[in-house]
Design a protein around this ligand. Structure first.
Ligand code: FES
Ligand SMILES: [Fe+2]
Length: 422
């Protein structure tokens, strides 16, 4: 019997237009292994931010899919990313999340690696290995490509991957709304990490396009935050590239930045936004200066909720579990009080105990749990909202849906289908 006979074919699980998705995509373990070897091996993945590695010697322990990765800055200031796995017998080399080190000594037999990945120390190299071990062959395994975009650090294991700017495509223009509004750039505060019993795609499809759930899943939150007499405004879904997606508020022409936050916002924040308004308009231009990025996802697992200053990486940890890594994204040159306010907002809404995060996490784990039900083979899910009603985005930067739409989720699953089958 062919052992592969039982494998599900991704082409049968997602319709070509992405509008019908079989629930098995959330629970099939073979498919998950395939994702690790396709999506998470070939795509550009977010590793972190340059502000996490402020000086030579800085390091961050991160991951790409389920692969442990050590991100380092060498003595010349260059960034490196290697598998965080000792080449001798394969234990985890660095077990500290973040710090500063010139070299890393393995806890098992003491091999020592420099922070550029080279193997520089082997106990007993002369006496036990008879001086025959060529250490240049046994450095840490590097990623294929590493690059940065306005402070964000990305890498891929695929030597044939397109350049990062091409991978981001039109998404970069929208990301600039949060990454490039000030000359000093941004910094990441955090991290908080926690586990959710859900498949990673449930999270990413929400981040990239789910404006629809906001008024329902988060109703009680908005009842607290806003006047219940006013319905929650809906962002417009923008699909800059198939796979990436953002929700964007377009404020009326001429809106000043300090008026894009509610009157209940802390005075320090409103004053800060008033001060930087001209700089932001100058840098981004009037069109983008009045765009508020609400939510987003860069395929496959870089999530954003900029409206609450939250940046997250949804790390897959098995078919039915993710580890959320959550940061606050702030302007580097903002005053300390403003950074504190922005960070507190991110924590209260989308931190591990964040009120919005609880709403979402409950639904996400339910979707994954339900996918294991006996009926899953016969019941496709519906992603048809706005199908056929997409239009070209202004400036031809992708496509837009009209207010809430599944345009981005369809793009996400179309991209997923392509990635796991090519
Ligand atoms: S496993 Fe690292 S030195 Fe042996
Ligand atoms: Fe949500």
């Amino acid at each position: 019997m062919n052992v592969h006979q039982h494998l599900v074919d991704p082409l049968d699980l997602v319709s070509p237009d992405g509008a019908r998705v079989d629930q098995r995509v959330f629970c099939d373990t073979d498919l998950y292994e395939r994702e690790l070897d396709t999506v998470f091996r070939r795509c550009w993945l977010l590793l972190g931010h340059e502000s996490q590695l402020p000086e030579p010697g800085s390091f961050v322990r991160t991951s790409m899919g389920e692969d442990p990765v050590l991100l380092t800055r060498d003595r010349d200031g260059r960034l490196h990313a290697h598998l965080n796995i000792c080449r001798h017998r394969g234990t985890e080399l660095c077990r500290v999340d973040r710090g500063s080190a010139t070299t890393f000594e393995c806890s098992y037999h003491g091999w020592i690696y420099r922070n550029d990945g080279r193997l520089v120390g082997v106990p007993g190299r002369k006496t036990l290995y008879y001086d025959e071990l060529d250490t240049s062959d046994w450095g840490l395994a590097p990623v294929a490509e590493l690059d940065t975009y306005k402070g964000l650090i990305f890498a891929t294991f695929d030597p044939d991957a397109p350049p990062l700017v091409d991978y981001l495509g039109n998404a970069a223009w929208y990301l600039d709304i949060i990454l490039d509004r000030r000359a000093g750039g941004t910094e990441l505060l955090g991290v908080q990490k926690w586990r959710i019993p859900t498949n990673w795609k449930v999270v990413s499809e929400n981040h990239c396009g789910d404006e629809y759930h906001v008024g329902f899943a988060h109703r009680s939150n908005f009842a607290e935050l806003a006047d219940p007499a006013h319905s929650v405004p809906m962002a417009r879904e923008i699909r800059p590239e198939v796979g990436h997606g953002f929700g964007v508020f377009l404020f009326p022409e001429g809106t000043r930045l300090e008026h894009t936050v509610g009157p209940e916002s802390p005075p320090a924040l409103r004053a800060y936004l008033g001060e930087i308004h001209d700089e932001v308009v100058e840098r981004l231009g009037p069109e983008r200066a009045r765009m508020g990025l609400v939510h987003g996802c860069v395929f496959p697992n870089f999530g954003l909720v900029p409206v609450f200053n939250s940046l997250r990486i949804c790390q897959p940890r098995g078919v039915g579990e993710v580890e959320m890594w959550s940061f606050a994204l702030v302007d580097r040159d903002a005053p300390a009080e403003v950074k504190r306010v922005l960070r507190a907002t991110a924590l209260k809404t989308f931190g591990p105990a964040g009120s919005f995060e609880q709403d979402d996490g409950g639904n996400w784990s339910d979707v994954t749990r339900m996918s294991r039900s006996a009926r899953r083979h016969r019941v496709p899910l519906n992603l048809t909202m706005g199908l056929g009603h997409e239009a070209a985005a202004p400036g031809d930067r992708g496509e837009i849906g009209l207010t809430a739409s599944d345009i981005n989720q369809r793009g996400f699953y179309r991209r997923w289908r392509d990635e796991v089958t090519r």
